[in-house]
Design a protein around this ligand. Sequence first.
Ligand code: ARG
Length: 587
Amino acid sequence: MEAMTFQQVIESRLLEAFAAAGIELPEGFKAQVVQSADLRFGDYQANSAMALAKRLRMNPRELATQVVEALQVEDLATTEIAGPGFINFRIKPEAWAGKVAELLGDERLGVEKVENPENIVVDFSAPNVAKPMHVGHIRSTIIGDSLSRISRFLGHNVITDNHIGDWGTQFGMVIYGWKNLLDEAALKADPLQELLRLYRGVNALCKEDEAVKDQCREELVKLQSGDQENYAIWEKCVEVSKLGLDKIYDRLEVTFDHWLGESYYNDALAPLVETMEKEGMARESDGALCVFSSGEGDPGNDPFKEKRDGEWSDLPMIIRKRDGGFNYATTDIATVDYRLHEWNADKIWYVVDARQGLHFKQLFDVSKRRGCKAELKHVSFGTILGKDGKPLKTRDGDLPQLEDVLSDAIKQSRIVLEEKSGHLEEEEKEKLAEVIGLGAVKFTELSHHRASDYIFDLEKMVALVGDTAPYLQNAYVRTRSIFRKLEEEVVLDSEGLTITEDGEIHLSRILSRFGEVLPSVLDDLRPNILANYLLDLAKAFHSFFEACPVLKSEGEVRKSRLVLCELTARVLEKGLGLLGINVPERM
Ligand code: ARG
């Protein structure tokens, strides 16, 4: 039999109890057992008696009493009826020991695979190329990577796709710059920086001179209508940019199954738009081809309507511009088709800045109207702020480049390491600084609710105390150092485990929750649920470690404590790994 979490065991025992008490359950009834928010009320709480009593027109406390009488959980927990009819469960010490033994033998650490794996496409990172990634790209890249890792571990078939912006208006500028401002030597030395310089130079020229702007537009039109020279320059720029991006992804250990950028869909756009027009999905307006509201539903929830001067007016999605060109929206519609047909997607997650909310609402609505059955979701996120509470900028007013931000984080962790681990070899310190610095940036990102803005504070994020990656990495290192100090060979098996002290019980409790917490990350696609769980685990470990001596204890107590240390290490390593964060063996 597959290992079940306590939550699942209690749920199934409750269902048995309902049956034994002769209570008929409505279809689709869920026993709804949750972890208690307050340990004074036990470990788990069920409110199913209350929900059911309402439907059956019974007194909820009476119903709860009947259920508890029929309930068989002596092996597991004590129960108590509270308030208007909650049933509280407190796990017994022997059951904790049993759970710990079970986890010790389970390489998945209590995390079951989903029963029905789905094909999930994760669209993330997706920078616009020909410019280096900036700090804002960290959010999509890190959130998308961690959701992919977690979904995969839960057993889904995950397809990661880097939908890079390789066909946008920036290429008009880059090609103009290439033809007029290019410095060949600089291109050889650092191609990505040279591209950035071109882009910035032309950007500045455009602001001063309308004529340059027009020329850029012409270069873009030439590119898009197949001009050979421009196409060759474009190819070169994309190639160079990809190499630059790869360097950063390698460093971050982020991988993609595909890199189907915007340009990949070029040939699909004209026929797509033609069909949409024929089918009446789109019509001309002011020379552009547009999709309008379906007219169904409430205008307040209609992404094709907006209120102007107190009146509802149309907010169409343009799929062919007046000049005949296609745009971001057209490409995204074609991309949905591709993912449905080629990859059989059940779900597509777009990990993209909240500011693109309207675009995705329109895209999802259009896709549904075109028959898409897959679940499309905008996994949106907020802004990274500087210490002044405003969007993070460099002194020149630009967004800091991602590469610089990562280097700064590594430098900053080097300072912390110098204080804590000055005795280590230079080479090891260097490696450690990388593991800690990158971990710190990732953990800061993932421990915040993705919808909220957060302040990018390097000193705080690499600190050893606080809700940080180094705090977690240090907890892991502590478990490792215990095993290094062992003078004799110890076999960690599950014979005679005893879990009795508060510190042991609490650590067991948190360890046993891993299998319950991880799946819940996917409810609303929030890796911060896992991040916060790991903080709880590290805190429980530190309290356990202070209250319960490990090496100085003896016999079964000692072995049990060593097992708890080992499990803590495994869950920390696995959990951090699912966030894309590595753990060092010492620090
Ligand atoms: N390249 C876009 C940007 O930087 C993000 C693309 C997101 N994915 C998508 N399928 N629209 O804003």
